[in-house]
Write a protein that binds this ligand. Structure first.
Ligand code: F6P
Length: 334
C-alpha cells in the first residue's frame, strides 16, 4: 500500500472491559471519520482477545449505520487474561502487523489503556477513548456511559421511592461504580436520598446511618432511601442492621448490570461521537500514545502514560452539599 501524507492508512478499533452506553456511538464516530479521511477501518471483536485471535471485520460506513442510539457494543467486549502475558501481547502485535493495522483505537477504562500502552511500547500506534459507567478515570472529568448509567439508576431509585413511601419502608440500593462512589453520589443527589455510602468518605454506622435515619424520622420523614456504592459493605447486611436498630422495615435492591445497558442519552452520544472523531484525527495527524479526555466541557488529549498516572480528584464539596441538603442541620454549611 502506498504511503500518503496521512499518519496511518489502516486502523483498528476495539472495545474492552465492561461495556457502557455510548460505545457504539464512539465506534461510528471513528469509522465515519476514517472514511472521510480515506483511512481503512478494521473492527476487532471481543477486545484484546480478538486482537490475539485475529477476530476482525472490515468496517465501512454502512456497517455502523444506526448504531449511535444503541446500547452495548457491536464489536463485543471482553477482559482478556492472555493479553496480560508476554506471549499474548506478542501475538496481538503480530496480528496487527499481519493485518496492516498501523494505529489502534481502544475504547474502555484504565485497564484498556494499560493494554494500549503495552502495544505502543511494542511499536503499535494507539489512541484511547475513556468509556465506563463508573467515571473513575483520573485523566478525564467525564467517561462515556456515566450519564446514561446515572439516569438508569435514578429512574430505578425513583420507582423504588414510590413503593417505599406507600409502605413507609427503608430501601437499601446497591449501585455500581467499581471501587469508587461517583455513580452512587450522583444518584443520591439526583434522587434526594437519605444517605449515600461511598468509599471516598469513611462513616460510623451508628452515627452516620442509624443516627441520620433517626434524625430524618424526627423531622417527619416516613420512608428512607440509602444508596450504597458496590465497594461498601453488602446491602443485605446494612439493611438488616438498620431494621434491627430502628424497627423500620427494609428492602434491598442491587441494580447490577441493568445500569450498563440501555440506549445512550444525548451527552453520551455526543461526547462518544466527538471522541471517535478526535481519535481518528489524532492518528491521521501522526499522533501516537494519546488518550482523549474531557476537562470540564473542553475535549483535550494527553499522553497515555501521563493519563494513567493521574489520580481522580474526589469532589468533597459535592458530598458536603448532599449531606447538608438532606439533613438541613442549621449551621452545617458554616
Ligand atoms: O467497570 C464497569 C463495571 O460495571 C463496574 O461498575 C463493576 O464493578 C464491574 O464493571 C462489573 O463487571 P462484570 O461485567 O465483569 O460483572
Amino acid at each position: 500500500m502506498e504511503k500518503t501524507e496521512l499518519g496511518v492508512n489502516r486502523i483498528g478499533i476495539l472495545t474492552s472491559g465492561g461495556d457502557a452506553p455510548g460505545m457504539n456511538a464512539a465506534i461510528r464516530g471513528a469509522v465515519r471519520t476514517a472514511q472521510c479521511m480515506g483511512i481503512q477501518c478494521v473492527g476487532i471483536r471481543h477486545g484484546y482477545a480478538g486482537l490475539i485471535n485475529g477476530d476482525f471485520t472490515v468496517l465501512d460506513e454502512s456497517d455502523v449505520s444506526g448504531i449511535t442510539k444503541r446500547g452495548g457494543t457491536m464489536l463485543y467486549t471482553a477482559r482478556s487474561k492472555e493479553f496480560q502475558t508476554e506471549e499474548g501481547l506478542q501475538r496481538a502485535v503480530d496480528t496487527c502487523k499481519y493485518m496492516g493495522i498501523e494505529g489502534l483505537i481502544t475504547i474502555g477504562g484504565d485497564g484498556t489503556f494499560r493494554g494500549a500502552l503495552e502495544l505502543y511500547k511494542r511499536g503499535i500506534k494507539v489512541i484511547g477513548i475513556p468509556c465506563t459507567i463508573d467515571n473513575d478515570i483520573g485523566c478525564t472529568t467525564y467517561t462515556i456511559g456515566f450519564d446514561t448509567a446515572c439516569n438508569t439508576a435514578i429512574d430505578a431509585v425513583d420507582k423504588l421511592g414510590d413503593t417505599m413511601q406507600s409502605h413507609e419502608r427503608c430501601s437499601v440500593v446497591e449501585v455500581m461504580g467499581h471501587e469508587t462512589g461517583y455513580l452512587a453520589l450522583n444518584v443520591g443527589i439526583a434522587t434526594g436520598a437519605t444517605i449515600t455510602l461511598i468509599p471516598e468518605v469513611s462513616y460510623d454506622f451508628d452515627k452516620d446511618v442509624i443516627g441520620r435515619i433517626r434524625t430524618a424520622r424526627l423531622a417527619g420523614r416516613t420512608h428512607f432511601m440509602v444508596i450504597v456504592a458496590e465497594a461498601m459493605d453488602p446491602v443485605q447486611t446494612i439493611a438488616e442492621k438498620i431494621n434491627q436498630a430502628t424497627g423500620i422495615e427494609t428492602r434491598v435492591t442491587a441494580l447490577g448490570h441493568v445500569q450498563r445497558g440501555g440506549d445512550p442519552l444525548m451527552r453520551d452520544r455526543v461526547i462518544a461521537t466527538s471522541m471517535g472523531y478526535r481519535a481518528v484525527m489524532l492518528l491521521a495527524e501522526g499522533k501516537n500514545s494519546r488518550v482523549v479526555a474531557m476537562d470540564g466541557d473542553i475535549m483535550i488529549d494527553l499522553d497515555i502514560e501521563e493519563a494513567l498516572a493521574k489520580e481522580k480528584v474526589f469532589d468533597m464539596e459535592q458530598y458536603r452539599m448532599f449531606t447538608a441538603l438532606t439533613f438541613l442541620d442549621k449551621g452545617i454549611l458554616r
